[in-house]
Ligand binder design. Structure first.
Ligand code: S3P
Length: 181
């Protein structure tokens, strides 16, 4: 992997339920970029849904597919990537994203995340007796890693459109800065 950094894409990281997909769609529309979601790319490649992959062949196979699809994005231009919650907490994948994308961590509190995901059924990591505690544990483990993103945005006090505005603003700042260097 090359260490050279040329920001031409945008990647949104953060925990499940932090708004990466809805914000990502809005940002892609504003920038005129293509929107990609790593979970969708994985599902397409596997021909299985995320819960099916976790069920069999299992989480390790899911993580391997995740690594493949994320690394392949390094050749792309003008894309907005909504990443699965594990990507921004994986140092190797974060480093790969940073070679071509500005990485923005969308933060939300465990309470907000729980409110957003409690009625959804497609997140196998939460198929446990006490999903709320699981969210707190995973978030505590992952926060030091998510923190390595380029930018942190609080995604719970604002509406999607406002978060998207902030993301676009940051992207323009960084790409302008690069162009001036
Ligand atoms: C995961 C998050 C999910 C999906 C998979 C694992 C994680 O994506 O990739 O269920 O490890 O946090 P979302 O963050 O889009 O829900």
């Amino acid at each position: 992997m090359s260490n050279e950094r040329r920001i031409r894409n945008l990647a949104l990281t953060g925990f499940m339920g932090s708004g990466k997909s809805s914000v990502g769609h809005a940002v892609a529309k504003r920038l005129g970029f293509e929107f990609l979601d790593t979970d969708h790319l994985i599902e397409r490649r596997a021909g299985l849904s995320i819960p099916e992959i976790f069920d069999r062949p299992g989480e390790a196979a899911f993580r391997e597919l995740e690594r493949e699809v994320v690394e392949e994005l390094a050749t792309r231009e003008r894309i907005v990537i909504s990443t699965g919650g594990g990507v921004g907490a994986n140092p190797g994948l974060l480093a790969s994203l940073k070679t071509h994308a500005l990485v923005i961590w969308l933060w939300a509190s465990p309470e907000t995340i729980w409110e957003r995901v409690r009625r959804q059924t497609h997140r196998p990591l939460l198929y446990v007796g006490d999903p709320e505690s699981r969210i707190r544990e995973l978030l505590a483990q992952r926060e030091p890693l998510y923190r390595q993103a380029d930018v942190l945005l609080n995604a719970e006090v604002r509406q999607t459109a406002e978060v998207a505005d902030q993301v676009v603003h940051q992207f323009r700042l960084f790409t302008q800065f690069e162009a001036d260097e």
